[in-house]
Design a protein around this ligand. Structure first.
Ligand SMILES: [Zn+2]
Length: 223
């Protein structure tokens, strides 16, 4: 507030922004921010809301209608990070867009830029890294809730004289076409002590029983 009163030229909005304040602080609550960052990197985008001259931005996260619990979590995280801005839900075919308008989304998500995320460099700012290191479980939860999946894998093994056996086991997959985002996911899994590997060039797989149990503490099935 003080920053806005003393520097009205910086921004016409009275909404407090932790990043463009004179003494920048970390966005809070850290867990909600880390979760929203994961969602944004997975399935979010930032674009102008209306007339570009007004410099108001819209953050949008697409949520699949199959998981109403995740839509509610996304709404709650957006509201927690920008309590002064309204959060809207817009129904689209098969999905719901969760959106909120603010002048400060690009301050909060400096990964914003032209073109698709996998065509440009995605690096966390130092202050974002601090939050993610403090809240790796929330960050992983956001990533897996947007571009991930927990399901049952079925594999066939043949023993000796054609004796067939089917195995089923739960596993997590995280698919993203940005190498940078894949490595952010892998690094966070390392931090959580979750074993992972690339099952395809664009897919991280967590399949070992212990690793799945560990990730269940933070992510779990979609709901
Ligand atoms: Zn700002």
């Amino acid at each position: 507030m003080r920053d806005w009163r003393d520097h009205p030229e910086k921004d016409g909005s009275p909404a407090f922004c932790p990043r463009c304040a004179d003494d920048p602080t970390l966005p809070a609550p850290g867990g909600d921010y880390a979760y929203l960052l994961g969602l944004y990197l997975g399935d979010g985008c930032i674009s102008f809301a209306g007339d570009p001259a007004k410099r108001v931005w819209k953050l949008r996260v697409m949520c699949c209608d199959s998981w109403p619990g995740l839509i509610q979590e996304c709404v709650a995280a957006m509201r927690a990070v920008r309590p002064d801005n309204k959060v809207m839900t817009v129904r689209k075919p098969g999905c719901t867009e969760v959106a909120s308008c603010s002048r400060h989304w690009p301050c909060l998500f400096p990964q914003h830029g032209r073109g698709r995320k996998h065509t440009r460099r995605i690096e966390l700012a130092d202050w974002q890294r601090i939050i993610v290191e403090r809240h790796p479980g929330d960050f992983a939860r956001g990533l897996f809730h947007s571009d991930g999946y927990r399901g049952v894998n079925r594999v066939r093994r043949t023993w000796g004289e054609g004796i067939e056996h089917w195995y089923e086991y739960p596993r997590y997959l995280f698919t993203n076409n940005s190498v940078d985002i894949l490595w952010l996911c892998g690094h966070t899994l390392d931090q959580l002590g979750v074993a992972w590997r690339f099952s395809k060039p664009n897919t991280i797989s967590v399949a070992r029983r212990k690793a799945v149990a560990r990730l269940d503490e933070f992510v779990g099935p979609k709901y």
